[in-house]
Write a protein that binds this ligand. Sequence first.
Ligand code: IMP
Length: 430
Amino acid sequence: MPLDLVIGAQWGDEGKGRITDLLARKADVVARFSGGDNAGHSVTVGDQLFRLHLIPSGILHDHTHCVLGSGMVLNPVSLISELDSLSSAGIDIEPERLSISSNAHLITPAHLALDGAEENARGSSKLGTTGRGIGPAYTHKTARRGIRLEAFLDPEEHLAKYQQHLDQANRLLETVYGQPGIDIESAVLHFHEHASRIKPYLADTGHLIDSALRQGKRVLAEGAQGTLLDLDHGSYPFVTSSHPTTAGALLGLGVGPQYIDRIIGITKAFQTRVGEGPFPTELQGELADRLRGSGEHPWDEFGTTTGRPRRCGWLDLVLLRYAARINGFTELALTKLDILSGLETLMLCTAYERGGVPSTDLVGGPSTLDEMVPILEAVEAWEDDLSEISTWNGLPEAARIYVGRIESSVGLPIRMISVGPERDQLIART
Ligand code: IMP
């Protein structure tokens, strides 16, 4: 009864969708556990590119049951539009294939408006949120004023609470933020429409996952965002409002740790971040542009959700070791190794210096990153295009040394290496 976790080891966008897509071939259930449509990943199948924000990429495999867990916050508009676009691409999205936790929280039009208003009010200290209402929805959840999706089971019964939520938000928007309130009448109308569309999918997903595990089925938990965006363990306050880590997976699925088999940390072969916040190995200029790509390819470093160009830099082994510690990774998967081909310079951050004192550990956590000066080591680069290589031994020696260097620095094996966007451009090592 194994539970495998796919966890982002960086600031999100590590290519988790690719790895989930591969592992989903052998999974019976694929589940998301935290965040909402702030996430986004692209999966290429043949000549079709799927951009998914909420529904696990496991939906692209006929045999899997997909779950949206209780740790998530869900915008019904995004959810319905994703269901519709999958359905028009011929993917079966019947409730027999998709269960949504009735304990997950609803993102309302009020949360979207508040996300924008709060971000504006921060001025030069803005966080660079995705503007999807994530923070305000989790704020209301924690304040015990949130609306769970269970409201869709009987919208009439929950209408008064919903209206009260919108009224309160409007008072805040108008009086504190000096912004127009939201149209309550139209929001109420949509509430009913969304309820009737989403109700058939609602379930006790914790029970569902537990039953599947007890029956010996394989469950795959698909993380969104990454460890360094974790509310507790990330670069606070430049974080998201949920827990995209191992502990968050158990919490957001409603299962215990006894089922866990693999905890796979996904890291890019370099480092990226969107939004504000510290980034010790960040590059500027030509090198950053080279890692980012021009934007003409779906895999270039531009946000799937917001289209924002991602900040790019060298792989940071101090942060990777930190992510391994927080999550208890049992192995790593390395993505986008092919992007490093042809670089004249290739660096790895092996330690930090703070006030003249070097350290290989991040004592003080990511909130101290602003004070850290990265110690970079040049490593041998390679010319060869990797995109057609399918075996470990087929990789150029310098690329193997690069991978080996990461493994020995973190103390974990790298069992999967992606060398291109297609499903089969992946080197699996035993
Ligand atoms: P929020 O999650 O929209 O509140 O945004 C908070 C921070 O997390 C911002 O810096 C976002 O850019 C970042 N963020 C949220 N979701 C993702 C993601 O899926 N990938 C990368 N960054 C993300």
